[in-house]
Design a protein around this ligand. Structure first.
Ligand SMILES: [Zn+2]
Length: 245
């Protein structure tokens, strides 16, 4: 008998935690609670869930007319002997499902955006690699080695066609607030920004297309410096290497 009574109380706890249990059942449950540790635990768990939902869901009550219409349809409103199961429990489950779906949607969206960024990055790398391959197959291309401590690579340079690709092995990763920047230097010593780049953590080498506003034959060397993220108008950081041509 004691156990059957407990079951009825236990079923009322979700509604009680939301404050939607009717007055008679509320006072009965409040007499039972101090005598039953199991019900107190259940109530604590329900409060945790409902507090979470209140934080996450828009604070809008259903219109009173709708609420009454729904309540009239409930078994508890139809005078059965079955212990009432409060409709708020279903709403609780529905609210929870909606929040899970919203979270999943946001997660998918951010994943999709990250895939798009990766795809754009890969397309860019592929184009640079194809340019480098095409240049290597062309007899007019010069391959000028990089000479710097712990870094190797080459500048593939075709002055006639004004195309240049930099290929660097073992270039160290930079902190997020720094970037590598390449500069073309003319005979007067003027520097023109020619590329900004960061090593791909998944590749052992970095390939960079050098973009020149003028014919490449107007320049005599190429330098690479470390600059603040977003690049600088003129070189301001430490030089990584320089190639004369
Ligand atoms: Zn109990």
């Amino acid at each position: 008998m004691q156990n059957d009574e407990h079951k009825i109380f236990e079923e009322n706890i979700p509604a009680y935690s939301l404050g939607t249990l009717d007055a008679e059942e509320t006072s009965a449950l409040e007499i039972h609670l101090p005598t039953c540790a199991s019900c107190r635990n259940e109530l604590a768990a329900c409060r945790q869930i409902s507090d979470g939902l209140l934080m996450a869901a828009p604070p809008k009550a259903p219109p009173a007319a709708l609420r009454q219409r729904l309540q009239r349809r409930l078994p508890s409103a139809q005078k059965t002997n079955r212990p009432p199961r409060n409709w708020s429990f279903d709403r609780l489950a529905l609210g929870f499902a909606i929040i899970v779906l919203l979270a999943l949607n946001l997660f998918s969206l951010s994943q999709m955006q990250s895939f798009r960024r990766q795809q754009a990055q890969l397309t860019h790398e592929l184009q640079t690699s194809q340019t480098a391959l095409a240049m290597l197959a062309y007899p007019g291309t010069q391959s000028l080695p990089i000479s710097a401590a712990n870094i190797s690579g080459a500048l593939l340079l075709d002055k006639d066609r004004s195309v240049a690709v930099l290929i660097i092995w073992d270039l160290p990763q930079l902190p997020d607030n720094r970037t590598y920047q390449a500069w073309l230097v003319d005979p007067q010593g003027n520097r023109t920004s020619a590329a900004m780049f960061d090593p791909d953590p998944d590749l052992p080498f970095t390939s960079v297309t050098i973009k020149s506003p003028n014919e490449l034959s107007a320049f005599t060397s190429l330098g690479v410096t470390v600059e603040p993220a977003g690049g600088s108008r003129q070189p301001s950081g430490s030089r990584v290497f320089r190639i004369d041509f």
